[in-house]
Design a protein around this ligand. Structure first.
Ligand code: ADP
Ligand code: 5GP
Length: 202
């Protein structure tokens, strides 16, 4: 019997390893739909418009925001990010699981608009290691790294209301924990509301 779709919301301070973990989850569970966000930031090398993000000008983003196009939006590191609402609703209604990679401000808005979503926060093993990973990624200049580290402290302070905290120290162990949260969510009665009656009638 098909269950309801899971909205899995994953947040993490930049550099904690969220992209790495999310890619692994989507590889193991290819049925996952990924909520492609809109952003006003410049594409990074290798990023594909429409796949990683929908890259918009600030004017276009603000226009869509005013039209109620987004389920949530936030300004992160000086750029605007938002989750388009319509595709998410469609996917969940069709029983498809959807993964959201959004920051803590956006996740808090999603908690209000999509209360049944599952919220996971990925933590680095230490602030020292977070800094090392940000530098080793080689994507950001010094000022950006400093800003991301300051934001990380604030985000970590706000992580207490999430459903699960996953420390990404050893990658395989962190992945197993993330996977366990997802698998457990699929077993919840709220996602299998017809199952008991179905069994009682067979
Ligand atoms: P995020 O998406 O959270 O910004 P990334 O997935 O891009 O983070 O990871 C940041 C850097 O840390 C990358 O270079 C990645 O390969 C590395 N990394 C991710 N997880 C681990 C881990 N468990 N141990 C060591 N390095 C990691
Ligand atoms: P990056 O620019 O490194 O891809 O992402 C920066 C931050 O923006 C990350 O914390 C990421 O989770 C967040 N982000 C990406 N898309 C969205 C979105 O649609 N909404 C919100 N609120 N945050 C997002």
């Amino acid at each position: 019997m098909p269950r309801k779709g899971i909205a899995l919301v994953i947040s993490a301070p930049s550099g904690a390893g969220k992209t790495t973990l999310v890619q692994r989850l989507m590889q193991e569970f290819p049925q996952f739909g990924y909520s492609v966000s809109c952003t006003t930031r410049q594409p990074r090398q290798g990023e594909v418009n429409g796949k990683d993000y929908i890259f918009l000008s600030r004017e276009e983003f603000e226009l869509r925001r005013a039209q109620g196009y987004f389920a949530e939006w936030a300004e992160v590191h000086g750029n605007l990010y938002g989750t388009p609402l319509a595709p998410v609703k469609n996917s969940l209604q069709n029983g498809q699981d959807v993964l959201f990679d959004i920051d803590v401000q956006g996740a808090a808005q999603m908690k209000l608009s999509l209360a049944e979503a599952v919220f996971v926060f990925i933590l680095p093993p230490s602030m020292e290691e977070l800094e090392r990973r940000l530098r080793s990624r080689g994507l950001d200049d010094e000022g950006t790294i400093e800003r991301r580290l300051t934001n990380a402290r604030q985000e970590i302070r706000e992580s207490r209301w999430y459903d699960a905290l996953v420390v990404n120290d050893e990658l395989d162990a962190a992945y197993d924990a993330l996977r366990a949260v997802f698998v457990a969510a699929g077993l919840a009665p709220c996602r299998n509301p017809d199952l008991p009656d179905y069994l009682l009638n067979h």
